[in-house]
Every structure is written in C-alpha cells, then in structure tokens.
Design a protein around this ligand. Structure first.
Ligand SMILES: *Cc1c(COP(=O)(O)O)cnc(C)c1O
Length: 506
C-alpha cells in the first residue's frame, strides 16, 4: 500500500513514513493511492468461523487488506490493546434501541471516548517504529477535551516519545481535565492555557512554523510527529468498526448479509465519517453516511448546499464540545477521493485564502450520493437525552444525541429507508453536568457562555445519575476524583514555547 498527497506528491510514501511524518506536500494530507476491496466472502469469514469472530480478528483482517509495511507481530501487539484496555469483550458493543436503530458504542476504551479506538493501537505502532529507527519524537496535541486524554494515555511511559498536551483552561469538562492533569508519566507535559481551543490550536500551529523552536528541537534530538486525525495512522483504525457494526447487525438478525444500512456519525474533524466513507468504498454495504453536527454546522451546509463558508462564522460553544469545530480537516481527504488532486488543492486554497469554497452542482450531487447531514441545537440534544433515558432506557452523552436527533429528523421526513447504526462517541460520564441538566430539566434556559460557573460538579452529577438511572460510572472515572493533581500548569499562551523547551531539556 502506497500513499500520496491530496495536493500533489513528491513520490509515494509507505505507511510507516506517513505515520511518522504526517504532513504531505503543499499543506496536504496523505491518502492511500488505492483502497483495497472486499466481497461477501471476506465478510462471511468473520461471521461463521468462530475463531475469527472477534473484533481483533476482524481488525487483523481489514488491516491485512491494506498491506502496510508493519510487522505482523507489531500489528498484533497494537491490536492487543483492544483486549487489554477496553472493558467490553465486544470492544464495540452494538445495542438495539429501536426496531430499525442500533447504537454502536465507541467509548469502551480507557478514556471513555471514541479517540481510544484509534489512539490505543496507534500509540503502540508509533512508539515501536520510533524505537526501531532509534529516533525520538515529540507529539504536540491541542485538545478540546477528548484527544488530549487519549493521547496522554496511549503514550504514557512509552520509550522514544514525548508528549505535550495543550488544553483550554476552563474549556473542558472537569473529568476531561482530571484525565489530563493527573497524568504522572515523566515523558508527558500538560499545559492549560488561558484562552479557548482555537487559541490553543493556533498557538501550536505558529510554533510549528517557528524556526527557533524547530532548531531547539533538533538540538535536543527530537523530531515532530502528530497524533491528530491528519495522521493516516489514526484513520486506518477508524475503518474497522464500521465493518464490525455491520457484521453485528447480521449476527443479531437485524439485517441479512448484503442489505444496505445507513450510518449516522457525530462529526467534527470528519475522521470518523471518513473511515465510514472508506469502508463503503471498500465494498461494505452502506447506503448513506449521515453527518450529525451541533450548531457549528459547517459540514451540514457543505453537504446540503455545496458551500463551505467560514466568513461570517464564529465558533459557538455547545454541550458537545468535541464537535465545536469550524475547519474540519478530513473533508480534504473526501474531496480528493471525489475530485482529484488539482480540484482539492483549488478548493482548500480558496478556503484558506478567502474563507470559503463553493462546489459546482455536479460536485454537490456526487457528494450527496454518499452523504446526508443534519444538525441539532443544545436544547434538542437535551430533549433527546431525557426522552431516551426515560422512555427507551438508553442513556447517552450530548455528542451521541446529535446523531439520534438526526435519526428522528430524517425518519420523520421519510428519508431513512434502511436499518440505521448511530455511533455513540463518548460515555455519559465525561459530560455528566450537561446530562444532569438535560435529565432534570433544571436550568433549561441556561446558555453556555465563556467561563460560565458550572453549578453542579461532575462528581455530584455522576452520583445523581447513578442513583436515578440504571448506570454506573467505571472505576477509571471514579478514581479520577481521588487522584493527585500533579501535571497542572496554567499559563498564558505566549509562554507555551518556553514551557515546552524547558520540558524537552529535562
Ligand atoms: C472527536 C469526537 C467527535 C468527532 O469526531 P471526528 O472524527 O473529529 O469527526 C465526536 N464526538 C466525540 C465525543 C469526540 O471525542
């Protein structure tokens, strides 16, 4: 399997190269030159043969199709994280909620959000590659709350890797923050900045362009890599579970092999959705991939109207913060697949230079063959959370609620014709106060504003939900409230560079 750039290439790259150096020429991203194809025979293998009926076997099977330049032993070791660090034997349980709707839960990993699905195995591969090449890497992650904990977790105490995680102080949930600031690993540094997620991200981007900074890194013998979803090493693991969901529906008797299904995906950077698109291209029986957004609905506008326009947009804070994103990086990979390198470069440069791009009517039609979209307000998500907890006995987090809202909306409009898998991207425990307000209806008029005083703590909200609903927070969440805070460094964004330099010299 060879990789090429979305905005032109300087030769082809192997998997091990694009995972260590994820930035492609001209500001582009790496994509597979050609996707492998599957047929029914491939799928049947994981249904009938009991030995192959596990998530890990399926993952091995799907990765095997890509023929990546990673040793079998290392792939095995990476996939073993699904057995060791996930709390459900199924890895991704697929739960029936309505007669034509199942929810696939992507949050049974150690940090209780979907980022673990890719970052757990990815961390093993990246650090082993670094070790084998005798190179040291610095991973810098700006996070709005889920990527940070998952990155810190997967790289904790890993050789040849250092991690700096930058999060907006007051911009994450208490649980998310505790997951970061209680990190004890010596190879990891957590920086809380006074500012929002955009500040964290742009500070990081500026740093990557800073010559002084780069010089200091190379003097310290460090190379840079990235663990966000621009790294194809993450995308490849986000293809597998779409196959899994499908196979589970067949196994549960919800569909027959060969039937088409729709997937609904709570989306921000479009990495999860891109995995679904690749799975469909590979031959999985998927009809529509439905993108669910919150009020930051740039993806909705692109898929419905063919324009991506940031000119009069400001980021809106919502109760689904992992989807509070305006510049969705993996859209570029889909555009490349549809329209090729030249057009992708043109569209992305227009977005970067002028703040928008517009697709032709034909291009829009092409995208709508595979995608549909919807979005939900915070109020709508709260209503969904409350109603499903009380009437359907299913408790979900606010990100998942955007997907369920899309299901209801599109169903009402008669636009859902197939069995539906909606993805649940976080456990309720990560956003307990929002869920508490949704369930109690208390404070429904509450607007999320910057630096708002949270009136109920995560711990109390979790306790309330546990007493009133049939759920229990896992130990990894409970223990957070007892742990010592050892890695909290609240700084001004101008001080990031200095802090990182101090850390890498330690
Ligand atoms: C990251 C994340 C998303 C968005 O996924 P993308 O791949 O960026 O589209 C949705 N929900 C949760 C809880 C997340 O952590």
């Amino acid at each position: 399997m060879k990789f090429i750039g979305t905005r032109g290439s300087e030769g082809e790259r192997r998997f091990s190269e694009v995972i260590l150096n994820p930035a492609a020429p001209n500001g582009g991203l790496y994509v597979p030159k050609k996707l492998p194809k599957v047929d029914e025979r491939f799928l049947i293998r994981f249904l009938s043969d009991n030995e192959e009926k596990s998530y890990k076997s399926l993952a091995k099977g799907v990765l095997g199709l890509f023929k990546i330049d990673i040793d079998k032993d290392l792939i095995n070791k990476a996939l073993y994280t699904y057995l060791r660090n996930f709390d459900d034997d199924e890895v991704v349980p697929v739960v029936k909620v309505k007669s034509d709707l199942s929810v696939a839960e992507l949050w049974h990993g150690p940090t209780r959000a979907f980022k673990d699905m890719a970052l757990q195995p990815f961390g093993v591969i990246l650090s082993e590659l670094a070790k084998k090449k005798d190179e040291k890497y610095l991973i810098m992650a700006a996070t709005s709350g889920d990527t940070g904990p998952a990155t810190l977790k997967t790289f904790e105490n890993k050789e040849n890797i250092k991690v700096v995680c930058i999060y907006p102080h007051n911009g994450t949930s208490e649980v998310q923050k505790l997951q970061m600031v209680t990190t004890t690993a010596k190879n990891e540094k957590v920086l809380g900045i006074l500012g929002d997620f955009d500040d964290a991200q742009s500070a990081l981007k500026n740093l990557l362009k800073n010559k002084d900074f780069k010089k200091s890194l190379s003097e310290a013998g460090l190379k840079l890599s990235a663990a966000n979803s621009v790294n194809f090493g993450r995308i490849i693991f986000q293809i597998i579970y779409h196959f899994w969901s499908y196979l589970k529906l067949v196994e549960n008797g919800e569909i027959n092999l060969g039937d088409k299904i729709d997937l609904i995906i709570p989306s921000g950077n479009f990495g999860n959705a891109l995995g679904a698109y690749y799975a469909k291209k590979m031959g999985l029986f998927v009809d529509k991939i439905i993108i669910a957004s919150n009020k930051n609905n740039v993806l909705y506008e692109m898929i419905k109207f063919g324009r991506y326009d940031l000119r009069d947009k400001r980021l809106i804070k919502t109760i689904s913060p992992a989807m509070d994103i305006l510049k969705s990086s993996n859209v570029e990979r889909m555009l490349f697949d549809k329209f090729g390198e030249e057009r992708t470069k043109e569209l992305m440069e227009s977005l970067e230079r002028d703040g928008y791009f517009v697709l032709t009517p034909d291009e829009l039609k092409e995208i709508q063959k595979d995608f549909d979209a919807d979005f939900a307000t915070d109020g709508e998500c709260e209503e969904i959370i409350r109603r499903y907890a009380n009437k359907e006995n299913y408790l979900m987090d606010p990100h998942t609620a955007t997907a369920i809202k899309a299901y209801e909306n599109l169903k009402e409009k008669g636009k859902i014709k197939n069995y539906v898998v909606a993805y649940s991207t976080a456990e309720w425990t990560k956003f307990a106060p929002s869920i508490y307000y949704a369930l109690t209806g208390e404070d429904v008029e509450r607007e999320i504003v910057e630096n708002e005083e949270v009136t109920i703590s995560d711990k109390d909200a979790i306790a309330y939900i546990e007493t009133h609903y049939d759920v229990k927070a896992p130990d990894v969440i409970r223990e957070l409230f007892e742990k010592e805070i050892v890695n909290e460094n609240i700084i001004n964004k101008n001080a990031i560079k200095e802090e990182i330099l101090k850390f890498i010299k330690e």
